[in-house]
Design a protein around this ligand. Structure first.
Ligand code: UD1
Length: 342
């Protein structure tokens, strides 16, 4: 029996990839998810990849009583990775209370439960959104955070503050926030990947759905940014590389290698890639004739951001390894499989 990790949001996009990496590293996993934005069938595919079916419980972590009884019934949990959250930037502007209530209560309920039942380690999904549009690039962990552009973004900043303040008065608890840049791609088996409900907001799912004929045409939001080709720049990280960073973070905490009891790391590739470069790379590696047009900027988008990953590389001994080419191919292979395209 391995050490048991609670993975909240473990049937979601990043969560499911992390469950696979945890199981392949010998951990036992129990997933909690309310399936508000994921499907139970993901468990079958995790099992196909790893040969192990993770334990699963469906409930809402924003419910304090349910969360407490869950910990009471699972006294063998040694660490938590907390993915479960709402993540649609636009929706968060429309429904701020729903975002604050869900994303903050679930974190606080988990911290309460961890304190009460002696679970010492937490790894949390934060985001580069906490940096806003930085004045200097690339961003290091020391780059000052800026006021969030959206309630969604603010839930990440406030969650980090909650962790910092909680850690201060709970010296026996150890917390890590991972600030993800833009996760893309899918597991090489094409058995798990990103499955957005409805019209995708994010770039790569929109590209693969357009390539699959589900969407008419990709709109590129803005070509008048102050970047070499005028399109926005992001740091696109392979989801399996990102998932592995969680295993490393968990091991760091369990082996007592953390420097403070609240730490945070940039998890990106360190490379800025423009939207147009990404589109062209997709066309090159897949050979698909992707239809796209340039339209106006999308409100709330920042111009450019990419990570300085040297601190994460050194401290965690972790580095993103996959190329953009193989990552985009993995996204396309996943889309083809779920659409039944050969
Ligand atoms: C946003 C959030 C990030 C969040 C992520 C997940 C910000 C600054 N970032 O990332 O915190 O974790 O969503 O939902 O709020 N694009 C197009 N056409 C499209 C879709 C996107 O041109 O159809 C462009 C966007 O304008 C952007 C880039 O592609 O420049 C990446 O967009 P997207 O995938 O939505 O991610 P972010 O907005 O960077």
């Amino acid at each position: 029996m391995g050490k048991k990790i609670l993975v909240t949001g473990g049937t979601g996009y990043i969560g499911s990839h992390t469950v696979v990496e945890l199981q392949e590293s010998g951990f036992d996993v129990v997933i909690v998810d309310n399936l508000s934005n994921s499907r139970i069938e993901v468990l079958d595919n995790i099992e196909k990849i790893t040969g192990i079916r993770p334990e699963f419980e469906k409930f809402d972590l924003a419910d304090a009583d349910l969360t407490d009884s869950f910990f009471q019934n699972h006294k063998d949990i040694e660490a938590v990775i907390h993915f479960a959250a709402f993540k649609a930037v636009g929706e968060s502007v429309e429904k701020p209370l729903m975002y604050y209530r869900n994303n903050l209560n679930s974190l606080m309920n988990l911290l309460d439960g961890m304190g009460r039942y002696g679970v010492k380690h937490l790894v949390f999904s934060s985001s580069c959104t906490v940096y806003g549009q930085p004045d200097k690039l690339p961003v290091t962990e020391q780059t000052p955070r800026k006021e969030a552009e959206s309630p969604y973004g603010n839930t990440k900043a406030v969650s980090e503050d909650i962790m910092r303040d909680f850690a201060k008065v709970n010296p026996e608890q150890n917390l890590i926030a991972l600030r993800y840049f833009n996760p893309i791609g899918a597991h090489p088996s094409a058995l798990i990947g990103e499955l957005p409900v409805g019209v995708p907001n994010n770039l790569v799912p929109y590209i693969t759905q357009t390539a699959a004929g589900v969407r008419e045409e990709l709109s590129i939001f803005g070509d008048d940014y102050d970047t070499p080709d005028g399109t926005a720049i992001r740091d696109f990280i392979n989801v399996v590389d990102l998932a592995k960073a969680h295993v490393v973070a968990i091991n760091r905490l369990m082996n007592g290698r953390n420097k403070n009891n609240y730490e945070y790391f940039n998890v990106g590739t360190g490379e800025g890639v423009s939207v147009m470069q990404l589109v062209k790379t997709f066309i090159k590696v897949t050979g698909v004739n992707l239809k796209y047009k340039i339209v106006g900027r999308r409100e709330g988008d920042i111009e450019k951001i990419w990570a300085d990953t040297s601190y994460a590389n050194k401290e965690l001994g972790w580095k993103a390894e996959k190329t953009l080419e193989e990552t985009l191919l993995s996204a396309w292979n996943w889309e083809k499989r779920i659409r039944g395209i050969e």
